[in-house]
Design a protein around this ligand. Structure first.
Ligand code: NAD
Ligand code: MG
Length: 401
């Protein structure tokens, strides 16, 4: 038997982001396994140009039209074989292209939904970092994966850990394979121990200074409010077909135990590792093989101790809001996600206080009733409605002050 590897063509959506760059870092170590087929970015022309020069992809997509024109001019000299596409359609084109084997979906937020879905419909190996796609359109997304024969591998470290801790036949149903709970770990972010009455003064830079992970600014704020964990609970619900009651969250400040599964017989299976996204990325790229990720060995003696604490829902109301939206179902999680994106953007622009983020989301959730989430149009309409409602509420607040 030949052990010649087939070189896989990879599209990296969101290539200039934290996950995108980590993905390219892993790919770079395995030139005999992976070839970069397409790269995308929203606006960062210089950064995408440098990546194109280095990886020489067939396609580069800039969602901003002016940025695409600039990139085209730059690449004419620096990577003439790369074709530059513009706009959202370009993203879907490179996600679904017949020559693509693997799609890393690493655009942040609802902006990543359509291209993540396009990869799912096209039957690709989908490495999903863009958790917001599952939060908004979980059922559609999972149906698309099942119907197209795509392979979905979770990149979010917690879900990757759960995936690694489940038996291979878990699709028979969690209860049927003896699973009692999925336990997602959470670091608690930068404000786990900060006095609650000082949270009103938190600045964007403080919120983005995560103790264990270097990430994009949106997910960093989500980690500080712990909405990130709320979104991850919904993500786990869809990925593993789990009831809300089966998903627990435990605080684990060291971020070494990335999540665990508890079984009927009392066993707990967990995945551990240094907090470095290249580990779950390499797992997704290489699956079922284990390939080098460029991550150092975990030294437990150096880590010293692993602590666990109960989640304080009064400190982190966003987690409760996410459970509520998940139980309500339909488009409620899409509304939650949209309100959160607008609120986080406002906080990062110093237009909203940190402690007002959950209140604003709660107000939007109670104002907009949930419809069923059976069509993409319906989901996108709910997303738009929630964004408008959140912006209106922000404007009303601003007028009051
Ligand atoms: P980031 O902000 O660092 O990068 C985002 C990428 O998306 C960039 O390449 C940017 O150009 C692109 N992008 C942004 N807005 C866009 C738009 N409107 N249209 C098209 N492209 C756009 O974000 P990140 O930290 O890499 O996170 C990416 C995704 O992965 C998020 O969904 C996040 O929740 C998830 N995730 C990230 C981490 C992490 O460690 N960073 C861990 C787990 C999950
Ligand atoms: Mg995570």
């Amino acid at each position: 038997m030949s052990d010649q590897l087939k070189v896989r063509n990879v599209t990296v959506l969101g290539a200039t982001g934290s996950i995108g760059l980590s993905t390219l870092d892993v790919i770079r170590c395995h030139p005999n396994r992976f070839r970069v087929f397409a790269l995308s970015a929203a606006t960062k022309v210089g950064e995408l140009a440098a990546l194109c020069e280095r990886f020489v992809p067939r396609f580069a997509v800039m969602t901003d039209n002016d940025a695409a024109t600039q990139l085209r001019a730059t690449l004419r000299v620096r990577s003439p074989s790369t074709e530059v596409l513009a706009g959202r359609e370009g993203l879907e084109f490179v996600a679904a292209h017949s020559e693509v084997d693997v799609v890393m979906a690493a655009i942040v937020g609802a902006a990543g939904l359509k291209s993540s879905l396009a990869a799912a419909y096209a039957g690709k190996r989908v490495l999903l970092a863009n958790k917001e796609a599952l939060v908004m359109a979980g059922r559609l997304f999972m149906n698309a994966i099942a119907n197209s024969g795509a392979t979905l591998l979770p990149i979010d470290s917690e879900h990757n850990a759960v995936f690694q801790s489940l038996p291979r036949n878990y699709a028979r149903g969690l209860a049927n394979v003896g699973v009692e709970k999925i336990v997602l770990t959470a670091s608690g972010g930068p404000f786990r121990t900060r006095p609650i009455d000082s949270l009103a003064q938190v600045t964007p830079d403080e919120a983005c200074a995560h103790p264990n992970w270097a990430m994009g600014r949106k997910i960093s704020v989500d980690s500080a409010t712990m909405m990130n964990k709320g979104l991850e609970v919904i993500e786990a619900r869809w990925l593993f077909d789990a009831e809300a009651e089966m998903i627990d969250v435990v605080i684990h400040p060291q971020s070494v135990v990335h999540s665990m599964v508890t079984y009927r017989d009392g066993s707990v299976i967990a995945q551990l590792g240094n907090p470095d996204m290249r580990t779950p990325i390499a797992y997704g790229l290489g699956f079922p093989d284990r390939i080098a990720a460029g991550v150092g060995a975990l030294d437990l003696a150096k880590v010293g101790r692993l602590d666990f604490e109960t989640l304080d829902l009064a400190r982190f109301p966003c987690v409760g809001l996410a459970y509520e939206a998940m139980r309500r179902g339909g488009t409620a999680p899409a509304v939650l996600n949209a309100a959160n994106e607008v609120a986080v953007e406002a906080f990062l622009a110093n237009r909203l206080r940190f402690i007002d983020i959950p209140q604003l989301i709660e107000d939007v959730l109670s104002k907009i009733s949930a419809d069923d989430a059976t069509s993409l149009e319906g989901i996108l309409a709910a997303d738009q409605l929630a964004r408008t409602a959140t912006r209106d509420m922000l404007a009303t607040r601003a007028a009051r002050v």
